[in-house]
Design a protein around this ligand. Structure first.
Ligand code: HEM
Length: 419
């Protein structure tokens, strides 16, 4: 199919594209959805691989229906990597566990922790998630000001994750949260100032793996009611799980749960302040409306922009002739604005229903395992902010640079200090 040149930048493979303001990036994705929905791109600019090894281009899938089709098809696999940028395979296998596995390994590994994150289990622990959220916000309330990213959006998911996996020591928890942030930020200048990108990823993965092994040793001696104890007591392929398998699980779970939820909290606070009518609508009946609102906030600023698959065999997707071995990148943040699915997609409408957003993926085997936990965390964080800091006002936010996350680095806020 021949496509006329785009009047707006659609060079999503470049870093320059990701330095553009969000509305320009969205214009690019809108053009792709309308004109070239499964488009071919040259190799993604990479700070991880030298140019001679970075020679593989990719398909960008930008429409909702196509992202869903590819997510659910057995033809598109995760075992060769899930990011637009390639990474050495041994690095991702060591750090991303079943996120980068295909059946049957994926099914078995995911099955080990599936029930820990089920909606029923999250409902059961709602009380302590709520209590943690209350305590974090109560801790900053007397100060009258805070940077809501480190002091709320990162710390709350970090506390919940730590509790889940059995990290009881504060220092170990802070180390885990910081390393989880680094893991998804290998091309963020904040980190690449002092380290090469592959070192940022490697250092983060090694730090997390070290924590996991320390914890595994501890939990073999003193079992608790947590995911690491669970992993030390389970068998995989007929044998006890190795320290390496436990570490890979831990690294992946910490990355999957901390960054995503943290960015969701930060972006939700900003977007509600930017849309005072929507914020007022929510606050009129917070408990009655928050579940619906959370879905729209996740549609509006999906924390994860893309994940990638690799084609097992030739496949035609919406007219594109995908060949076996091709990289196929699924753009959730584009699909969430697809006019074919969402009425008036560029309007934030917290009452939107149904809301078939793809913030947790397009369905299929890899659909977000932590979706119930992510939703609950966002809900609890917003509840506490609006209850305990009723007049809080955000100042200039500082977004992070990323082609993987809708990321947020700093979010200063002020309010009347609590007495
Ligand atoms: C708002 C918060 C979150 C968002 C937006 C999010 C988003 C996603 C997305 C887009 C995927 C990939 C889906 C696919 O490839 O089809 C994913 C996978 C995953 N998420 Fe989440 N996530 C969130 C929170 C969490 C939390 C709190 C956990 C806690 C453990 C978690 C654990 C996972 C895991 C383990 C996977 C891999 C599943 C697999 O490969 O089978 N996520 N998430």
């Amino acid at each position: 199919m021949s496509v006329s040149p785009s009047p707006v930048p659609t060079d999503i493979e470049t870093f320059a594209f990701w330095e553009r303001p969000r509305d320009e990036r969205q214009a690019g994705f809108r053009w792709l959805r309308d004109n070239d929905p499964v488009s071919w791109h040259p190799p993604a600019e990479s700070l991880l691989l030298p140019p001679e090894l970075n020679k593989v281009g990719f398909w960008a899938v930008t429409r909702h229906a196509d992202v869903v089709e590819a997510s659910r098809s057995k033809n598109f696999q995760s075992g060769k990597g899930v990011f637009m940028e390639d990474m050495p395979i041994e690095v991702i296998k060591g750090a991303l566990s079943f996120l980068v596995e295909d059946p049957p390994r994926h099914t078995e590994l995911r099955g080990i922790v599936q029930s820990a994150f089920s909606p029923a289990r999250v409902k059961k622990i709602e009380g302590w998630i709520r209590q943690h959220a209350h305590d974090v916000v109560a801790g900053i309330a007397p100060d009258g000001k805070a940077d809501m990213v480190p002091q709320l959006a990162k710390v709350l998911p970090g506390l919940i994750f730590a509790h889940y996996v059995g990290v009881t020591d504060d220092e170990m928890r802070d180390k885990t949260v910081h390393a989880a942030d680094m893991l998804g930020s290998w091309n963020d200048p904040e980190y690449t100032k002092t380290m090469a990108p592959i070192e940022v990823f490697g250092h983060a993965a090694q730090t997390l793996a070290g924590v996991a092994m320390e914890l595994a040793a501890l939990r073999r001696q003193e079992p608790g009611d947590d995911v690491v104890t669970w992993l030390t007591q389970t068998t995989f392929e007929g044998e006890e799980m190795s320290d390496m398998d436990i570490a890979s699980f831990f690294v992946m779970l910490s990355g999957a749960s901390n960054d995503t939820t943290g960015h969701a909290i930060a972006h939700s606070l900003i977007e509600l302040q930017r849309h005072p009518d929507q914020q007022a609508w929510l606050l009129e009946d917070f408990e009655g409306r928050i579940d619906n609102a959370v879905e729209e906030l996740l549609r509006w600023r999906a924390p994860i922009l893309h994940f990638r698959r690799t084609a097992l065999a030739d496949y035609e997707l919406n007219g594109a002739e995908i060949k076996a071995g091709d990289k196929v990148v699924l753009w959730y943040d584009s699909a969430n604005f697809d006019e074919a699915v969402f009425d008036d997609p560029f309007t934030l409408d917290l009452s939107r229903k149904p809301n078939k957003h793809l913030a947790f993926g397009g369905g299929g085997l890899h659909f977000c395992l932590g979706n119930a936990l992510g939703r609950q965390l966002l809900k609890c964080a917003l509840r506490e902010v609006y209850t305990q800091l009723p007049d809080f006002q955000l100042e200039e936010p500082q977004e992070g640079f990323s082609n993987l996350f809708n990321s947020m680095r700093h979010l200063p806020a002020r309010w009347t200090p609590a007495a």
